[in-house]
Every structure is written in structure tokens, then in C-alpha cells.
Design a protein around this ligand. Structure first.
Ligand SMILES: [Fe+2]
Length: 513
């Protein structure tokens, strides 16, 4: 297995010997570090766009990615915000050199740099470019690097452009981010369910997706969807840590499509993000091999394992019985149970579902009731969540279980209009996002409305949906911030935050009580 570790390792970027632009940047870095400005025009003329803050390999890193019109030496410059005076960076601000490469599509160059060595509970300011042509200054904050509490937010299929109106889709997307982060300002990660845009290489759609400033303040954990995969723009816009870009993780030529599986850790959670677009010709087995390898090497440091990919295997709507999904439903669940995965976050079906506790592809406890607000996680138990549209660009309506299409995805005996695997299925044609709170051994998963039937809600505004609101529109829309579904997942029977550290030390045996 070939790991591309360019975005990991303390101080790696600064030590790296490289040719071309990166080597030049090292000189700039040294100059800036000493407070001199002799390289002032290193990036003159470079127009910098699409700046996005991404996750690094752990909580002390961030990756910044951006587009540049010019192939010049560039850096990201960082300093504690408290040390800026009248918006000016201090002379000893730290710089991290960017890797700048020609784009495969749409011209220009893409750049990324890894910020390393961050301190906890600190507000930072940063900018990209070089002396004479800096970007606007942006900021982010770090929080506790240790401990058992972590809030992160999960967003399904913004898919900017899918309504046919990029501006309206972008407005809904920005509003969801603003609403979600106003309600949860201390969320530490924004996690993608995939399908950032409708058309893989359409830069106006990417511009609208990346327009919200929240994407420069909170780290985005990118996930590749089927609408992102068919070109190189996804990889040009997002540099991800610990990424394996070998053949099984692409569905097609790596020269013309995006791909890759990656992982990172944040406090006591191991996040693994896989490219579910690659599923045929042994790719599902390869993904399981990747996950197995990551869990074996890094699971001992984590209390929870969260898996993210685009194609929901227990999706409740239009994609419920797609042939590729039927295959993943066979290929994945037993392995996920064996590997001690706790929570699977998925997208693609533009509707919300939360599964029962699933073990080896079966309901773990046949008595678990629909929409239970508290569930216990026994050995091998996994909860699968599908996110609804975060932008309002497109919704899919729930579908009835259909055993003629898949005998293995029939009705729930306790709630026959729902698929057997799902405790909750919901579609109201309003924007939502998923909040996950990690609290010791507990995980709290909540689906929250970020919009109503009113604008911005592109699919409703444009008449693509004939109803809106709960109960297929029979009830009035619930307010922004209200809860669609909330469940507390109790892992291993206690929540004091320490008791299962030993149990999770060996992921393969983490379910031994
Ligand atoms: Fe999709």
C-alpha cells in the first residue's frame, strides 16, 4: 500500500527538499522568518482564489488549499491573532511553504500548505501568497487537544448547481453554514458527505461552494461524491492528509478523475474517509483493507472510529436499491462490525436516515424501537446515518421498501413503510445538517433543520418540489434550529470517558467485555 504522506509529520514541510516553486519558497520562508522583505515580489500578479481550510493529520495541523493564476513561490503565513497589530502580522510570524502545481483542468495552478505545530486553545490568523500579494487575512481557533469531548458537524450533498441555479444553491449552502455555526460556534470540524458540486470540473459551481467564509474558519473534511469524481477539480481544491491515491481508490484513470482514501485523528476519534465511487473490480475489498490497516495502526489511540463515504448503504429514498448500493450492502457491514466502527456518515440520497444498531448487517437487537432516543452499543454495533441536503439544491423523497428490487432491504416489521435497517427516515424538503457530539463513551447524533420552506431553498423556490414541511407537507414547517431526530448512543455501557480506553487499545478485540 502506497501512502502519500506529504501533508503529515511535524515540521515536514519546512524540512522538505524540493525543486522548482517549493525550493524557491523555502528561501522566502527563511526571509520572512527573519523579518526581512527582500523577496517582496515573489508572487506579484498571482491572483488567489478558492482558499479553503482543511483538516490536517491531527488537531495540531490544518491544511490550506487554494488556486493561483501564477506559478510562483507561495506560502501560508500564520500567527496567533493576539500578536497581530492593526491587522499586521508580526515579524516572526511562521510561514509554511506551499506546493504549487499546474492544474490538470481549467488552467492556472493549485497550491496547498500544511500548517503544523498549532497550540491548543489559540486563535490564529493566516493568509496565503507572498510579500506583495497576500490574500485577505482569515482566522481560525483551536480548542482543547486532549479530552473526551468533541463536536463536529456533518453536511450532505450541497451539490451546488443541481437545482439549475448556482446562485440559489450557493445561498442555501451559505445559510446552512451560517446557521449551523451560529448555533455551534465551538464545533471543531465540518465533515462532508460528498457531492460538493453538480458538475465535477465546473469552476463557477466550485466558486459558489467555496464562497462562504466559514470554510476558511473551520476545517473542512472533504469527501468525494459521484458528482465530484469525474474530473480533477476536486483534487485541485482539496488537499487531504494521509491519502492513499493508489489504483483501487479511483474508479477510472487517476489522470482524469479524482479519488483516494484518507484518515486523520482528532482528539479521541479516528476518522476514515473513503472514495465509495470506486466499488467495482475489487475496490470494496481494497477499501476494507485500507480501513483495516488504519484501524490496526491507529485505532489504539482512539475511543471512537467514524467512517465517512458518499454512497449510503441504507439510504431511504431514490438510491435505496441502486445496484452499486446493493453490492456495498453485501460487502461492507460485517467488516465494519468486525473492525469496531462506531458511526458511519453517508450522503448521496438527499434525505435523512438513522439506522438501528446494526451488527454484521443485521439489526443487533430486534426489540430496539423505531426512533428510540437512547440506544446501547454492544459488540460489533454500528450506527449508519444518511444526511439530507445541506443546501436545498435537490431533495429525494423517501421510497417504500421494495423486496422485488432487493430482497435484503425489505420493510421494518415494527414500521413497515420504512426499510428494516432504519430507525428513522425523514424528508421535509427543508435544509438540514447533522450534529455529532462526542462525550466520553457517548455519541450524540442529531439532525437539525437549518432552513424552512422559505428561501433560500432552491428546489422549493424553483417549483421542483410540490410540498414542504413535516408529514409530506401536511404540517407547518418547523423553525430553524429545531430537531428532526436525536439519539444518544451509549458505547460499552458507560460514559465516564475512561473506562474503555483499554478495551479500545486493540481494535480487533475492542468488543471483548
Ligand atoms: Fe451523490
Amino acid at each position: 500500500m502506497k501512502l502519500d504522506n506529504r501533508a503529515q509529520g511535524p515540521g515536514f514541510a519546512r524540512r522538505r527538499l524540493a525543486s522548482g516553486a517549493t525550493a524557491v519558497v523555502m528561501g522566502v520562508t527563511a526571509v520572512l522568518g527573519s523579518g526581512l522583505t527582500t523577496a517582496a515580489h515573489a508572487a506579484d500578479g498571482a491572483q488567489l482564489t478558492g482558499i479553503v481550510l482543511g483538516v490536517g493529520a491531527n488537531e495540531s495541523q490544518r491544511v490550506v488549499s487554494w488556486y493561483s493564476l501564477a506559478n510562483t513561490a507561495q506560502v501560508v503565513e500564520v500567527a496567533p491573532t493576539s500578536r497581530l497589530v492593526d491587522g499586521k502580522f508580526p515579524a516572526d510570524a511562521v510561514t509554511f511553504p506551499a506546493t504549487v502545481a499546474a492544474n490538470s483542468v481549467n488552467g492556472g495552478y493549485s497550491a496547498h500548505a500544511t500548517i503544523d505545530g498549532l497550540k491548543q486553545n489559540t486563535a490564529y490568523s493566516y493568509r496565503v501568497g507572498a510579500e506583495g500579494s497576500w490574500s485577505t487575512t482569515y482566522s481560525f481557533k483551536t480548542q482543547d487537544f486532549k479530552g473526551n469531548n468533541l463536536d463536529f458537524l456533518f453536511f450532505g450533498d450541497p451539490q451546488i448547481g443541481s437545482s439549475g441555479n448556482v446562485a440559489k444553491d450557493g445561498a442555501g449552502w451559505e445559510d446552512t453554514l451560517n446557521v449551523a455555526l451560529a448555533a455551534n460556534p465551538n464545533a471543531e470540524l465540518l465533515v462532508s458527505g460528498g457531492d460538493q458540486v453538480e458538475s465535477a470540473n465546473n469552476e463557477p459551481q466550485w466558486d459558489a461552494f467555496l464562497a462562504p467564509d466559514k470554510l476558511r474558519q473551520y476545517p473542512w473534511a472533504a469527501t468525494i461524491g459521484n458528482h465530484d469524481v469525474g474530473g480533477k477539480a476536486y483534487e485541485q481544491h482539496f488537499w487531504t492528509p494521509n491519502t492513499d491515491r493508489s489504483a483501487p481508490y479511483y474508479n477510472g484513470a487517476a489522470t482524469t478523475r479524482s479519488g483516494g482514501d484518507y484518515w486523520f485523528t482528532y482528539k479521541n476519534v479516528l476518522f476514515i474517509d473513503i472514495n465509495s465511487n470506486a466499488y467495482a473490480s475489487g475496490s470494496d475489498a481494497a477499501h476494507i483493507g485500507y480501513i483495516t490497516d488504519v484501524v490496526k495502526k491507529h485505532g489504539a489511540d482512539a475511543k471512537h472510529t467514524v467512517l465517512i463515504y458518499h454512497h449510503s448503504i441504507y439510504s431511504p429514498a431514490s438510491h435505496a436499491n441502486d445496484s452499486d448500493n446493493k453490492q456495498r450492502r453485501q460487502d461492507f457491514p460485517t467488516a465494519f462490525s468486525r473492525l469496531g466502527v462506531d458511526l458511519v456518515l453517508q450522503g448521496h440520497d438527499h434525505s435523512y436516515s438513522r439506522s438501528y444498531m446494526i451488527k454484521n448487517g443485521q439489526k443487533a437487537n430486534k426489540d430496539e424501537q423505531p426512533a428510540a432516543t437512547e440506544v446501547s452499543q454492544g459488540p460489533g454495533g454500528v450506527i449508519y446515518v444518511t444526511a439530507n441536503s445541506a443546501s436545498g439544491s435537490k431533495y429525494y423523497d423517501l421510497t417504500a421498501p421494495d423486496t422485488t428490487k432487493d430482497p435484503n432491504f425489505g420493510p421494518d416489521p415494527l414500521n413497515p413503510k420504512s426499510h428494516w435497517a432504519n430507525s428513522v427516515e425523514n424528508q421535509e424538503h427543508v435544509r438540514t445538517y447533522v450534529k455529532v457530539q462526542v462525550r466520553g463513551n457517548k455519541l450524540v447524533v442529531e439532525n437539525i433543520r437549518s432552513g424552512t420552506c422559505a428561501a433560500p431553498n432552491a428546489a422549493v423556490e424553483l417549483g421542483q418540489e410540490s410540498w414542504c414541511g413535516p408529514d409530506s407537507g401536511a404540517s407547518a414547517a418547523q423553525p430553524v434550529g429545531s430537531t428532526v431526530d436525536k439519539v444518544v448512543i451509549h458505547s460499552n455501557g458507560d460514559d465516564n470517558g475512561e473506562a474503555d480506553v483499554a478495551a479500545s487499545a486493540s481494535p480487533e478485540s475492542s468488543w471483548l467485555q
